[in-house]
Design a protein around this ligand. Structure first.
Ligand code: ADP
Ligand code: MG
Length: 338
């Protein structure tokens, strides 16, 4: 049995169906991510879990208990939003203590737990500051501490890093993951950023237009996209239409052929690859992008453009536009998707 179990969950606003018949199971202590494009229903689903929005049909169970109609404060859920949602007229410590005050905890217990939460998010010298005196990353850590201080059964995070700049986003996501795994806290994280989802998650639920279209480990979702949508969404997959797959590789397919850019090998013209490895082709370099440790080549093979990711070992390796190359598409890594 799952720790959190969602079944047949449906939400409509008048004629708009936000999501329909959502099935979802989370294990205790798992870091799960809802990943999908803007508008696919992630926030609404999270709000239904938190009890901030009522679902039309279906059930939410936690530890076997039906919480579908339970008030938000009785669910044992902590939530963090993209917009921090801090009280501007309260200090860091007062913001964090808020939930405990609502629960009418004893003053000594409040002080102890607030101090602990502040230490957990490393804001120990900021407890008497006001939100406007903090950076975005610090404000989000206050919001995280405020959610954690009530010792929730489940932590829900709705795009908590989206408003932060890239460097802070990366360091805070590691902190969140670290705190989550230390506390063994069952967590649902929402994002539209596939890199964020891949780095953080035990399990990813990919959503599109109100449906979960794939569920799996980060590794599985990335290397084995179930549909054309997932392949497109997960990054820079090469997607060959059936006619291109036929022309280039002699394959008769109904769906698209998904090929990851890092599963295409490239070398000097005339290089002959052992035939069992895959399909050899000749191609011309059209352009490249430097992505730090990776060089992403755009090459043309028989009228089809392919992206190839090549490890950037040395500046001497860079191939100029117009260069002819031999390439090999790894047979094991090709996937037909619909
Ligand atoms: P996401 O978080 O994935 O971007 P949302 O859950 O915010 O998606 O929204 C999903 C869809 O539901 C959108 O089309 C949005 O316009 C619609 N929606 C969300 N909240 C409301 C509401 N209160 N009233 C009407 N439509 C809504
Ligand atoms: Mg949203």
């Amino acid at each position: 049995m799952f720790y959190v179990e969602v079944s047949g969950l449906t939400k409509r606003y008048d004629a708009t169906t936000v999501f329909e018949d959502i099935q979802l199971g989370l294990k205790k202590g798992e870091f799960a991510t809802l990943l999908g494009p803007s508008g696919c229903g992630k926030s609404t689903l999270l709000r239904c879990l938190a009890g901030l929005t009522a679902a039309d049909h279906g059930q939410i169970r936690v530890e076997g208990q039906d919480i579908t109609h339970l008030a938000p404060q009785k669910r044992g859920i902590g939530m963090v939003f993209q917009s921090y949602a801090l009280f501007p007229n309260m200090t860091v410590a007062e913001n964090i203590a808020f939930g405990l005050k609502m629960q009418r905890r004893q003053p000594e217990e409040m002080v102890r737990r607030v101090t602990e939460a502040i230490r957990l998010v490393e804001l120990s010298n900021k407890e008497h500051h006001y939100p406007h005196e903090l950076s975005g990353g610090q404000r989000q850590r206050v919001a995280l501490a405020r959610a954690l201080v009530v010792e929730p059964r489940i932590l829900l995070l709705d795009e908590p890093l989206s408003a932060l700049d890239a460097r802070i986003r990366r360091s805070l996501r590691e902190e969140i993951r670290d705190i989550q795994s230390r506390l063994g806290l069952t967590t649902v994280f929402v994002t539209h950023d596939q890199e964020e989802a891949l780095t953080l998650s035990d399990r990813i639920f990919v959503m599109n237009q109100g449906r979960i279209v794939q569920e799996g480990s980060a590794e599985t979702v990335y290397t084995q996209p179930a549909t054309e949508f997932v392949a497109r969404f997960m990054g820079s997959y090469n997607l060959l239409a059936p006619a291109e797959a036929k022309r280039l590789l002699g394959l008769e397919l109904k769906g698209h052929l998904a090929i990851r850019p890092e599963s295409i090998h490239l070398s000097e013209p005339g290089h002959s690859y052992p035939a069992h490895l895959g399909v050899p082709l000749t191609a011309t370099i059209r352009q490249h992008q430097l992505l730090g440790n990776i060089i992403r080549y755009h090459v043309e093979a028989q009228g089809t453009t392919l992206l190839i990711d090549h490890l950037n070992r040395s500046a001497d390796d860079l191939l100029p536009s117009g260069a002819q190359i031999a390439l090999l598409i790894d047979r094991q890594q090709m996937r037909e998707v619909h």
